[in-house]
Design a protein around this ligand. Sequence first.
Ligand code: NCD
Length: 348
Amino acid sequence: MSLLGKHILSCSIFDIELLQQLFSVADQLQPVSRGKKVCRILEGAVLGNLFFEASTRTRLSFDSAFMRLGGSVSNTTGEAVTSISKGESLADTSRVISGYYDILVVRHPDEQAVYEIAGATHIPVLNGGNGAGEHPTQALLDLYTVSREFKRLGKEISSSRIALVGDLRYGRTVHSLLRLLSLFQNLTIYCVSPSILPMPRELLDMAANGGHKIVETGDPKVGLKDIDLLYATRVQKERFACTETAFNYGSDFRVDQALVNAHCKPDVIVMHPLPRDSRAGANDLSDDLNQDERLAIFRQTDAGIPIRMALFASVLGVDHLIPSALRDATWYRPKYIGPNDASFYTEK
Ligand code: NCD
């Protein structure tokens, strides 16, 4: 199967072979994402980036990925500035703007909206997050990060032990990630959440039917023992229905140095899709892990560029042009982006 011309709305379209193809394209584009090489395979193409919900890294990394491949980007942020506020249907908007762009990225708080937009156009649509549904491109960059981190540590994804921690009910990144992880073999997956915020049953059943061992627990001490990957999430308060608003999300789910030291192995990898809530009392992933090399969150955000470039190149059918299009970049770039990067980035 190939991604050529496809909408990418859910991780359910992926199989292992497709993931391997995509990751190999992302590997080829690593030097472009790091400003070492130029590759203008999308010169002349235009991306319509439609974000009807808050975003920093998803929107900006889609922008950067498209522009680094030589394409141009047009951004719309918020419904208020579109004709949707005048009563236009999503289908009309989709068909109209499809005449302007070669590909669309859409983030929308309503889970169905991205399907309505995709249903009204043959221009490829990439889901940048649909309500509490899915966030496929985030899961792809997450899995790409896991595969690179595990390779560095001499581990395989199959047969590993993984904890998904936090708001598993409304966290769309873990919904998509669980779909991708389920493609591997023999995983043990701990779903660690308050009982009011569990992983949706349909996704648990899908993973169990794939032969994986699923353990649901509200106790991080149970869920974090012997794991290879801890994937923490932010509480999605903006999606709480009134039944959950009074819920007090306790410090049990705060992922900090003390918790990781007490319950995790020395070679665990700690990830989070970000943003993390760093305000006092937020009980999210703590800043006190920032100097701990097990924390992979910035390697994870960096992976968003090669993965999103690989998606654009594959969906628009120019991935085969990469080797002959690569040339040296000439502007100044520091050797490493962040102060802690030296031990993780070996490519020139
Ligand atoms: C996530 C999202 O928007 O779903 N952020 C992201 O895109 N990296 C996670 C979140 O908002 O908590």
